[in-house]
Design a protein around this ligand. Structure first.
Ligand SMILES: [Zn+2]
Length: 342
């Protein structure tokens, strides 16, 4: 584990380095238009909403190819709205207006994803981003299911994500204040019921069971890469202890990994989750398109300062997790000693 830390300079200066990088990134942001900052990503989300009616109508067809096309459209749109949409909305990266950021978070996280927006914000923004790879805080341990064997975890468990998500949501709502819990419950039920209603009335599914099976099918279309990417990006990289966590720039440079660009996943999950995860962890309020735009600046800066810039392919990570499953996803990860970076 210590090898990954070797490239990092010893001694302080973390704040100064981050300040220097922030200034370079700010220059890029200031020189960017509204279209680049928000417009492009908002258009992808709008297109995903507009593609829903044709997707539901394709499922009326007797033709197998048209039916499969309908499932694909609805599945990809579901992931674009729930992963890309929820992620950007939770970070307030869709708009500069605070009010609209809140509204989008309720829409994408609660109506589309069936998860409480407040809980998503706390778990993702505050804990995962604030304490990336810090054991017991933002260490991605929610993704560990040590009771499952490697094949069940990597191949079968993802299919259960659409069922587990609303169940976890209900459990989490018990801890939220009553008003927020009722609002979240109402919006989650609205999202799930409208999906079911559209399948029965627009797509023409005759029985409740077939409509529910179709819901499960589209909602788990990209569940495999979703689960895999979430563990590939952080697990297996240096882990930090609560009292000796490194400075922000070292925490992100050591504890975050980028995958190469993958067209379907770039579209449905967003660059900030796939090829610009390091950039996203350093500048979480930038949209997907802006993360892609600042990527050359960030990667060059980290290399210039001899800080790690972790990159690996999906296939290489997949093989690593399958072969080192026990070590990476079953046992508690060891803490990396980072002298001088705290
Ligand atoms: Zn994030």
């Amino acid at each position: 584990m210590e090898t990954a830390a070797r490239g990092a300079p010893r001694g302080g200066g973390g704040e100064r380095l981050l300040g220097e990088l922030e200034a370079r990134v700010q220059d890029v942001v200031r020189a960017s238009s509204w279209w680049e900052r928000h417009g492009l990503d908002c258009s992808i989300l709008a297109l995903s909403l507009l593609a829903l009616p044709p997707g539901f109508l394709c499922l009326r067809s007797e033709n197998v190819l048209v039916f499969v096309l309908g499932i694909t459209i609805l599945g990809v749109c579901h992931y674009t709205l729930t992963v890309k949409g929820s992620h950007l909305a939770t970070h307030g990266a869709l708009t500069e207006s605070r009010r609209w950021s809140k509204i989008w978070a309720h829409f994408f996280v609660e109506v589309c994803t069936a998860f409480p927006a407040e809980d998503a914000r706390y778990g993702h923004v505050k804990m995962h981003h604030g304490y990336t790879n810090v054991l017991g805080l933002g260490d991605s341990s929610t993704w560990r299911l040590p009771c499952l064997n490697r094949y069940v975890y990597m191949f079968l468990a993802p299919l259960l994500i659409p069922i587990i998500t609303p169940l976890v949501a209900v459990e989490r709502l018990r801890k939220v204040r009553l008003g927020a819990a009722l609002r979240a419950l109402g919006l989650i039920s609205l999202g799930l019921y409208s999906h079911y209603w559209l399948l029965r009335h627009m797509s023409g599914f005759r029985s409740p069971a077939s409509a529910l099976a179709c819901m499960l099918c589209t909602r788990s279309l990209l569940a495999h890469p979703y689960l895999h990417v979430n563990v590939f990006q952080h697990i297996g990289l240096p882990m930090f202890s609560r009292d000796k966590k490194p400075r922000r720039i070292h925490m992100m440079s050591l504890g975050v990994l980028n995958l190469p660009r993958l067209p379907v996943l770039d579209w449905a999950f967003g660059h900030s989750i796939i090829s610009c995860h390091v950039e996203h962890h350093l500048f979480p309020t930038l949209s997907d398109n802006m993360c892609l735009k600042v990527k050359p600046v960030v990667s060059q800066f980290l290399r210039e300062k001899q800080l790690p810039y972790n990159e690996d392919t999906y296939l290489a990570r997949f093989r690593l997790f399958l072969s080192h499953y026990e070590e990476l996803l079953v046992h508690a990860p060891p803490i990396t000693e980072l002298a001088g970076l705290q």
